[in-house]
Design a protein around this ligand. Structure first.
Ligand SMILES: Nc1nc2c(ncn2[C@@H]2O[C@H](COP(=O)(O)OP(=O)(O)OP(=O)(O)O)[C@@H](O)[C@H]2O)c(=O)[nH]1
Ligand SMILES: O=C([O-])CC(=O)C(=O)O
Ligand SMILES: [Mn+2]
Length: 621
């Protein structure tokens, strides 16, 4: 629906060209209409189009995107409703160094965030937005994060000049008139403004104003920077609101695991970007686990609050998956392959001669010839670069997922029994370990380390501290975030048990020790049994691990030595690890909750005692 914007005062700030349109603004919300008018006056688009979320609109915008060359139709027989988008090669991942938290003081943003004073940020970006949409259309995209009608849901409105953003937002969030209806006349909505501008990294900024519930993103067209409901609202602004309002916004998947007897257990897991959330959330258990089933509630973000029953309840605020393509195949993630077989937008994957998609790690033989992610010819024998970008992605509706939980839209959320932290670590961190207590679990989260991945611009494979997998996504001082987690325990009568996992430990030759993917069910089964207090554990200096025989390894084609190496706890490695936690904790000064530093020192002291006694752990012998 193309509409004529009308300000509540009846006076329009637009040049007459903006007013060309057949019908009226579909909202009478004065706060919304005033703000849209103000932003249109700043960006000066030729047209303002309010999107309604209808099928007719999807078709019209898709046709327009194809005509512009923004989307390339794929082979519609093989991949019905699927399109390919190639981004600007300088714009392929989140840009953490250009992402800012704009709180009144730098202290509120904390030492792990880039900070800009709100006034400076509005001024600087205001200049970039001024006239940025001349000759273009401004789309008004109202959306809901969270199930419609849920007490946890939040409304956002994104103004964007990118048709790619509109079509992706349509998949990722409940978008259009449904959101206007939920908003009604309320002023409580997130104000998001986005312009791709000239996609120049010199003029690229992603700024968050948590106090104003506002996000301004300019100069990028890449998902994580511009689909404002996702990382910007659901995590950065969400985490800020969560602290204020007493809930948690987390970079976590949510899954339900059902036993053959029909017992359902819900688990939330935080792994940093490109470290296995989507895969874990959609996992199919191996044959050995006959009758066990995994249901996906969410694959990237969890909003959690304490329910009436005193349990931690989680909703997935999203409506679709923005997942990593490379490595996805019928063996590693069959449910994802089915999910992305239709109505999917692919970004920066390679193209086959018959209009199919391809990426490194897809099923079948490597094609001899492809068109690479930048649209250049690629040959198996001659090309040295990857055909698909390592951070190439798919955007697919969650309703395509054969394993979608029937509680994925439950407005009250699902009750969480276990929380898992995991990173990508070549050494040190064992396959699985359980925290002794909630505080110890928060220490696990606060000290989480992981190798950097292609999900963010910059060098990959460097271990950094990524607490709670939230380093790039926490919208306020991370020391206060740790304190918030510690305080939440007071409100949860039946707190989830907390675990740490590592699917990525390597042998001397750089091969993964653990087969991962569906085989992670073996670890999950132990976690569920521990959370339900029905299996014992082996105590180590750093937490509980499976006793010999408790981890079901039957039918697994890997050696005993390999399992030992994947589960080993090495005191020297842990000493170095805890010292590195210390360096990280120092950043926060006095603001760091004291109990976390005490935990660290206690574990360090334990190492000193045990080293004298030559402690060694081979829990699975
Ligand atoms: N070795 C190994 N690799 C895995 C495993 N699970 C996922 N991966 C690989 O890790 C990469 C990222 O996995 P995803 O599941 O998409 O990561 P994510 O955590 O959802 O990432 P974001 O969407 O960036 O937040 C893919 O290339 C996977 O193939 C595992 O258990 N073992
Ligand atoms: O936001 C993105 O670009 C994708 C994502 O999930 C992440 O990086 O964690
Ligand atoms: Mn993510």
């Amino acid at each position: 629906m193309s509409t004529t914007p009308v300000s509540p005062t009846g006076k329009s700030p637009y040049p007459s060209s903006v007013l060309a349109g057949p019908s009226k603004v579909p909202s009478t919300n004065p706060h919304l209409v005033t703000w849209v008018n103000e932003m249109a006056a700043l960006c000066k688009p030729d047209r303002v189009v309010w999107v309604d979320g209808s099928e007719e609109e999807k078709k019209r915008l898709t046709d327009e995107a194809v005509a512009q060359g923004t989307l390339l139709p794929l082979n519609q027989e093989k991949l019905p409703g699927c399109y390919l988008h190639r981004s600007n090669p300088n714009d392929v991942a989140r840009v953490e160094q250009l992402t800012f938290i704009c709180t009144p003081t730098a202290d509120e943003a904390g030492p792990t965030n880039n900070w800009m004073a709100p006034k400076d940020a509005y001024e600087k970006l205001g200049k970039l937005f001024d006239g940025s949409m001349r000759g273009r259309t401004m789309y008004v995209v109202p959306y809901i994060m969270g199930p419609a009608g849920s007490p946890m849901a939040k409304v956002g409105v994104e103004l964007t000049d990118s048709i790619y953003v509109v079509l992706n937002m349509r998949i990722m969030a409940r978008m259009g008139n449904i959101a206007l209806k939920q908003l009604g006349e309320s002023n409580d909505f997130n104000r998001g403004l986005h312009s791709t501008l000239d996609c120049n990294p010199e003029r690229r900024f992603i700024c968050h104003f948590p106090q104003d519930n506002t996000i301004w993103s300019v100069g990028s067209g890449y998902g994580g920077n511009v689909l404002l409901g996702k990382k910007c609202l659901a995590l950065r602004v969400g985490s800020y609101l969560g602290r204020k309002e007493g809930w948690l916004a987390e970079h976590m998947l949510i899954l339900g695991v059902e036993s053959p007897e029909g017992e359902m257990t819900y688990v939330a897991a935080a792994f940093p970007s490109a470290c296995g959330k989507t895969n874990f959330a959609m996992m199919i258990p191996p044959a050995r686990f006959k009758g066990w089933k995994i249901y996906t509630v969410g694959d990237d973000i969890a909003w959690m609050k304490v329910g009436e029953d005193g349990r931690l309840r989680a909703v997935n605020p999203e409506f679709g998956y923005f997942g990593v393509a490379p490595g996805t195949n019928l063996k590693s993630n069959p449910n994802a392959m089915r999910t992305i077989a239709r109505d999917t937008i692919y970004t920066n994957v390679a193209l086959t001669s018959d209009g199919d998609v391809w990426w490194e790690g897809k099923d079948g033989d490597i094609p001899n010839e492809l068109t690479d992610w930048q649209g250049r010819p690629w040959t198996r024998k001659g090309s040295t670069e990857k055909a698909a970008h390592p951070n190439s992605r798919f955007t697919a509706p969650m309703t395509n997922n054969p394993a979608l939980s029937r509680f994925a839209e439950d407005p009250e959320g699902v009750p969480i029994s276990a929380i898992i932290f995991g990173g990508r670590r070549a050494n040190t961190v064992p396959l699985v370990i359980q925290a002794f207590s909630w505080t110890h679990g928060v220490f696990f989260g606060s000290a989480l380390g992981s190798e950097t991945t292609a999900a963010a611009a910059g060098k990959t494979g460097i271990v950094r501290r990524d607490p709670f997998a939230m380093l790039p996504f926490c919208g306020y001082n991370m020391a206060d975030y740790f304190a918030h987690w510690l305080e939440m325990q007071a409100f949860i009568t039946n707190p989830p048990k907390i675990f740490m996992v590592n699917w990525f430990r390597q042998d001397k030759n750089g091969n993964f020790l653990w087969p991962g993917f569906g085989e992670n069910m073996r670890v999950l089964k132990w976690i569920v049994d521990r959370a339900r207090l029905r299996v014992g554990g082996q105590e180590t200096p750093f937490g509980w691990v499976p006793r010999a025989g408790d981890l079901d390894l039957s039918g697994l084609a890997i050696s005993h030595e390999q399992v030992d190496a994947a589960t080993e706890i090495d005191l020297d490695e842990w000493k170095a690890e805890l010292e590195s936690h210390g360096d990280f904790f120092k950043k926060f000064g006095e603001r760091l909750p004291h109990v976390l530093e005490l935990q660290r020192e206690m574990f360090l002291a334990r190492i000193e005692t045990l080293k004298k006694r030559k402690w060694g752990a081979h829990q699975l012998d």
